[in-house]
Design a protein around this ligand. Structure first.
Ligand SMILES: Nc1ncnc2c1ncn2[C@@H]1O[C@H](COP(=O)(O)OP(=O)(O)O)[C@@H](O)[C@H]1O
Ligand SMILES: [Mg+2]
Length: 358
């Protein structure tokens, strides 16, 4: 098994760069999730690693060896895609055995390897069935088995769960994590789904416009995003953003926006006055009784059972969204006071979107 290293990997289609100078070092055995909105260059990156697409510039290393010019089959990588393409006329056993038989593997070895991998992905009782009789999750596991049986040096997965229904997708997340713990192989997994990235990754790589924005463990990226884009990409409901400006308030730094003024425990010189955006996650908005904070009208409630999402109209351009305990006594039309957890506030440059006052 092997790690993967990308050095300045770039792919231009005409004048536009789908992937723009991506450098990344994935140690052997790590589970890395490459995540970003549709069109940000995830598939193109994966295809260049697999050898299905030639880079415009940069290099791919697998297990320390430069493979940029090698044929896909010589890279010994296992690809898992959204579309499974199981052979309908073959049994599950024959589907998994297929790539081994093509390579003229002796029958006894084929049987042993297919049975072992069927145990690993828990499809052993299904080996005699036809693909048409399998559930979506079972078919997905058979497709995984067919890749695993080849003992690739690393696994590349491009949105493999996106065709499954919501419940099964959540189950398969757990399944893939368990599989990674068993195989201890390098997984590079591509998705546009922030929840998949958060739940599965050892490390997340966030991409936008072909450029890596941030690399880090899930909770570090969630708590400490480098810019407005990354901050807004992770979390449901998403982070609240309030556009405003900095000003001095008796020597201290104050953030002012329509309906909200926050005096920070920082000297006024901490930033030169300019446009800024305040970011605060719904779980860091507190409803409170009595005085202090700001006043808002509850405009909408979304009870989820384990928590309730509250929309607060406070006089700004958009509502502030808060998540509260489901037992909170609250109704649409209520006038309530709210505050933010001061130590959780994030600020972004109003022009560039970069984090400031970190
Ligand atoms: N063969 C191609 N020719 C021209 N443009 C392409 C080609 N493949 C991808 N692109 C463009 O490159 C960008 C990145 O695409 P892709 O890697 O598929 O994104 P993602 O997988 O993140 O959705 C998109 O703007 C897409 O339209
Ligand atoms: Mg894609």
């Amino acid at each position: 098994m092997a790690g993967i290293r990308l050095a300045g990997l770039t792919k231009a289609f005409g004048a536009s760069r789908a992937v723009d100078g991506v450098s990344l070092d994935i140690p052997d055995g790590e589970f890395v999730v490459l995540v970003g909105p549709s069109g940000c260059g995830k598939t193109t990156t994966l295809n260049m690693i697999a050898g299905l697409e030639a880079p415009t510039a940069g290099d791919v290393y697998i297990g320390g060896e430069r493979v940029t010019d090698r044929e896909p089959r010589d890279r010994q990588l296992g690809m898992v895609f959204q579309s499974l393409a199981l052979f309908p006329h073959m049994s599950v056993f024959d589907n998994i055995a297929f790539p081994l038989r093509i390579r003229k593997t002796p029958p006894a070895e084929v049987r042993a390897r297919v049975e072992a991998v069927a145990e690993t992905v828990r499809v052993a009782p299904l080996l005699g069935k036809r693909p048409a009789t399998l559930s979506g999750g079972e078919a997905q596991r058979v497709a995984l088995a067919r890749t695993i049986v080849m003992r690739p040096r690393a696994f590349l997965m491009d949105e493999p769960l996106s065709s499954l229904d919501a419940r099964l997708r959540v189950e398969m997340r757990t399944e893939l994590k368990r599989l990674h713990a068993t195989l201890r192989a390098t997984f590079l997994y591509v998705t546009h789904d922030q929840a998949e990235a958060m739940t599965m990754a050892d490390r997340i790589v966030v991409m936008q416009y072909g450029v890596v924005q941030q690399v880090g463990p899930p909770l570090a990226i969630y708590a400490d995003p480098v810019n407005h884009f990354v901050a807004g990409f992770f979390g449901v409901p998403p982070m609240n953003f309030v556009a405003g400006a900095f000003a001095a308030d008796a020597g201290r730094l104050a953030f002012r926006a329509a309906g909200v003024t926050i005096v920070l425990d920082r000297p006024a010189e901490a930033v030169t006055a300019h446009d800024a955006v305040l970011g605060v996650r719904p779980e860091h908005v507190r409803l409170r009784d009595g005085t202090g904070g700001w006043t808002a009208t509850v405009s909408l409630l979304e009870p989820l059972g384990d928590e309730t999402i509250v929309f607060l109209d406070y006089g700004g351009a958009t509502s502030i969204v808060a998540t509260v305990d489901p037992d909170e006594k609250i109704a649409v039309g209520d006038r309530r006071r709210f505050m933010f957890d001061q130590d959780k506030l994030l600020f972004f440059d109003g022009t560039t979107g970069e984090r400031i006052l970190r």
